[in-house]
Design a binder for this molecule. Sequence first.
Ligand code: GDP
Ligand code: IMO
Ligand code: MG
Length: 431
Amino acid sequence: MNIIVVGTQWGDEGKGKIVDLLSEEADYIVRYQGGHNAGHTVVSGQNTIILHLIPTGVLHPEKVGVIGNGVVVDPAALLEEIEMLASYGVSVSGRLFISEMAHLIFPYHKALDKASERSKGSRKIGTTGRGIGPAYADKMARIGIRVIDLFDPPLLRQKLESNLTEMNLLLKEAYHLEGFDFDKMYQDYLGYGERIQSYVTDTSQLIHRAMGEGRHLLFEGAQGTHLDVDLGTYPFVTSSSSTAGGACTGTGVGPTQIDRVFGVAKAYTTRVGEGPFPSELHTGMGSLIREKGGEFGATTGRPRRCGWFDAVVVRYAARINHLDGMAITKLDVLDGLPEIAICVGYEYQGRLIHEMPASLSVLQSCTPRLVRLPGWTEKTAGVTSYDLLPQNAKAYLAAIAKEVGCPIDMVSTGSRRKETITLTHPFSAPK
Ligand code: GDP
Ligand code: IMO
Ligand code: MG
């Protein structure tokens, strides 16, 4: 059984918790896009561990983690993360594999990311500043440097010299910044190559063999549907294909090898960075949800913008990813609210819209059509059985499933593994 897990909103839906839980039933956990812009939190025992680049499943000692060709790898960040895991007693040696075809992030990508954001002023995207966009831009411009190039010093020299000459010019002339020294960067990256070499392999073959042996694979999406470069709220998106389709191009598997696509949606909506967000709450309710939900970025620490559950957003994700089922996370954060609203459509120039508009200016002018439901005073925090949920929480979940048009297979009621209601386990659901 091969399952893709995708975020259905603007990221931070709780994918880390859900992937960690589902990893119990998986053999291989595979990242297919994005880079260390992601922040996937797993609460395990006394520890809260945030993974950025390495698949969440490696926290289970016997599982294999794969970083696919669609990921952009900052080798310094990767080595740091390997060390961070080691400090928790987690060794990835012999069970972490990195695609030789993955593209590399260099310090100039990071510098350019930050400089271009600064120069955009109020039109900035609010990136994580990790160099993700510029690294993917180089890949598409066919000047990217790949992991495999680290093991061919003359080629690395030639590509890096050429890229750095151009990049230094850009940084100095357009952004009035200091450039980078070639020799240092070249030596640094040769050194990273030596340190990561034992992890590097042809991951598409590795995955193909695993599938042939009947192993279970879990494809761990980063970011979310509406941050997808093609299908998201462009240009306020990331630079990769974070929707389900990206799992195929990002790892080298065919679409027919995927059995299920599982979506993760938060019981309300958050967004970090700039961009349209029709159901955003600018009132005290937004701050209350932020505080109760601990809605501060796992990567950058920025406060997340908060709003009501937007069914238009998740309905679109259900269609684009062809979701078979979904998990609703952080239901417990809504405990005690007198009233909860769901955005079921957008009002635009006197019309009601039910689908995501492609035009940014239309989306920016949309106001949410809200349906209000009574809240609940009982606690859902830590509840593990659907039957034990308060009646109004059940009604809220039923309204979400109906509006989105997708079954809810799991409900998360806390950050720990066991704080979960499983109605249908994605790995045991019929195909
Ligand atoms: P991801 O990027 O999708 O993996 O999500 P993040 O890890 O960035 O953010 C989700 C946050 O919510 C993390 O701090 C999780 O520990 C936490 N979390 C996940 N599920 C639940 C839940 O059901 N209830 C509560 N209260 N917290 C949760
Ligand atoms: P996870 O996997 C939430 C957002 C940034 C910014 C935009 C572009 O933890 O859900 P980038 O640095 O990727 O060029 O920034 O995308 N963003 C995320 N928001 N969760 C994430 O990852 C994100 N990764 C990128 O805030 O708005
Ligand atoms: Mg996150």
